[in-house]
Design a protein around this ligand. Structure first.
Ligand SMILES: [Zn+2]
Ligand SMILES: [Zn+2]
Length: 248
């Protein structure tokens, strides 16, 4: 007789017991909205028709095309210095709570599941990057929170993908207010302007860099980081974040 054992697992998101092969229960999995299922901007990855303020400005026959696909209104105006930005899931529901715990409440137990989302949904060619670099945290915040959630994600992604991870060259040199305190993009840009620095000038020269963060909202932080890294001679910078939040 077959002994059919079902091992109850605890769902990584809602923490209820369930039996299954994934780290997430069926409910939570079906609630997660994966960006790859949306039609989105070929450059910044904004999903069309989901965030009202990021709708394409346009015509009935769809948004304009570029060589990288349809572009949103902001990218048509050429506002970002990174090459492309991609995210895995929308920042909402259980996954938002989980990222919040991971970021602010010492929820380091979530790192395995959250980094597996990045690893399993990696949208770029494997050989496309020389370096993975996390969005850095200022030392004063690092002392309080004890780890930089973006560095944890970047390190795990790098280890799995075989791409070198540089955790030390790119630094946050000025502490900033949390971006969430600012509603408008101009204020967000001003908040992070000049806050980051490449501390060893030669390290990024001619390198193709993948910048990793937990959440992409207006893209102000990613853009400021990309400008700094490109200014240090990197050949290109793309952005990969775990989630994408609605800019309100
Ligand atoms: Zn669940
Ligand atoms: Zn765009």
């Amino acid at each position: 007789m077959m002994l059919d054992l079902i091992f109850p697992e605890i769902c990584s998101v809602c923490e209820t017991p369930f039996a299954g092969v994934h780290p997430v229960c069926g409910n939570c999995h079906s609630e997660m909205k994966f960006l790859r299922e949306f039609s989105s901007c070929g450059k910044c990855g904004a999903p069309f028709g989901f965030f009202s303020d990021e709708n394409n400005e346009g015509a009935d026959d769809g948004p304009p095309m570029s060589e990288s696909g349809h572009l949103c209104g902001r990218c048509l105006r050429g506002s970002f210095s990174f090459e492309t930005a991609r995210s895995v899931v929308l920042y909402e529901g259980g996954i938002r709570d989980m990222i919040h715990e991971f970021k602010y409440e010492g929820g380091l137990g979530h790192e395995g599941f959250l980094s597996s989302l990045l690893i399993e949904n990696f949208p770029f060619p494997r050989d496309g990057f020389d370096l993975i670099v996390p969005v850095p945290m200022h030392i004063s915040k690092l002392r309080i929170r004890e780890y930089n959630q973006s560095a944890v994600l970047a390190f795990r992604l790098a280890r799995h993908s075989g791409i070198k991870c540089d955790l030390f060259t790119f630094k946050k040199i000025r502490d900033t207010r949390p971006q969430i305190e600012f509603r408008n993009e101009e204020e967000r840009r001003r908040n992070v302007k000049g806050a980051f620095s490449v501390t060893s000038r030669g390290a990024f020269k001619g390198r193709s860099v993948l910048l990793v963060d937990d959440v992409f909202t207006t893209g102000s932080t990613s853009d400021e980081c990309a400008r700094e890294i490109l200014g240090a001679g990197a050949s290109r910078v793309s952005v990969f974040t775990l989630s994408r939040a609605k800019a309100v």
